[in-house]
Design a protein around this ligand. Sequence first.
Ligand SMILES: [Zn+2]
Length: 392
Amino acid sequence: MTPKAKKKVPRRKISRKRRYRASEEWREFSMEFLKRMPKTDLHVHLDGSIRVGTLWSLAKEQGIRLGVRDLKGLRRKVTVGPRVRNLVDYLKVFDITLKVMQEEEALTRIAYELAVDAAKENVRYMEIRYSPLLHLDHGLTMADTVDAVLRGLKAAESRYDIHTGVIVCGIRQMTPARSLELAETAVAFKDDGVVAFDLAGQEKDYPAKKHREAFYRVLNANQNVTLHAGEAFGARSIHQAIHYCGAHRIGHGTRLLEDESLLRYVTDHRIPLEICLTSNVQTRAVDRMEDHPFRYYLDRNVRVTLNTDSRLVSNTTVTKELYRACRAFHLNHYEVRHVLLNGFRSAFMHYRKKVDMIRQVLREIDGIMGEIFPMDDLVVLQDWRSLERTRR
Ligand SMILES: [Zn+2]
């Protein structure tokens, strides 16, 4: 070989076609297989994700009547069926769970158990959200509630392979002044585990822009923002979340597809969508799982992530969400890998820590996938390079 020819050896380019070579045919992944995958849960409500047994025993300990005779009856009462009438009905279950979540010990226990349950299905990173304002009935301060939740999460982190963060939620139906108080609480715990501020509650009739002062406060403190938007209301709600409130991520985003220009903006700026499939079917944001725009977003290169929303109320786990997505949208192995990585890429975690975590989980995912599919080393290599382009 002449020196010239040696110099000319080109780096092999991977065509799009070749990257998908091993996955042209859809195959069904088992729950066990998907459970082994390292995962994230970026959208999960603490008050919607309490173990039913814990709800029962806490109510007994605290002398609270739940209006049911046994555990079975309680499970029926707090787990909504395949569908409810609307989001408002779905949110009614939270009135029950909140009753037992007014003491520090209870909050610590519930947070701990939630992180443990997640770790057991290989969730490696989880952001738990709740609104401190809803836990003050027995005299706790907002800071007390955050301390209690963080204690539970830290205890789980010390025993299990999971990292966590807390997201403080404002509530749309409350006054902007209350949102500002919550924003102050989020900022006060910025370096102690609260990673972001959110706005939850009823979308219709309660526009996010009314609460923009709270978001200014959080953004000015260099803290992250995510907002429930485009779940029970149209794309205009997502527009407000991004352009009035500075959202770095969107909770749900189910109706983003109604605005082509905004969809392009979300895609261009790599704004992740925290998609919760089961919950969206239950609240009738979509008619059937198959009608969810998840596949459309994925094909349009929107950064989609899969999340539980409420483990108890929706009777779900991240593994179940992934399994349902695989079945409804015929995800191939490359797409499963991509969606899993999207979760880690979208985490509100500091950059270096995040890159390290992505490197580790990438190796694991490819190891597990490699048991079924012969992975192309070059595909892996290319992903390593793309890490440097990872935003957030
Ligand atoms: Zn939610």
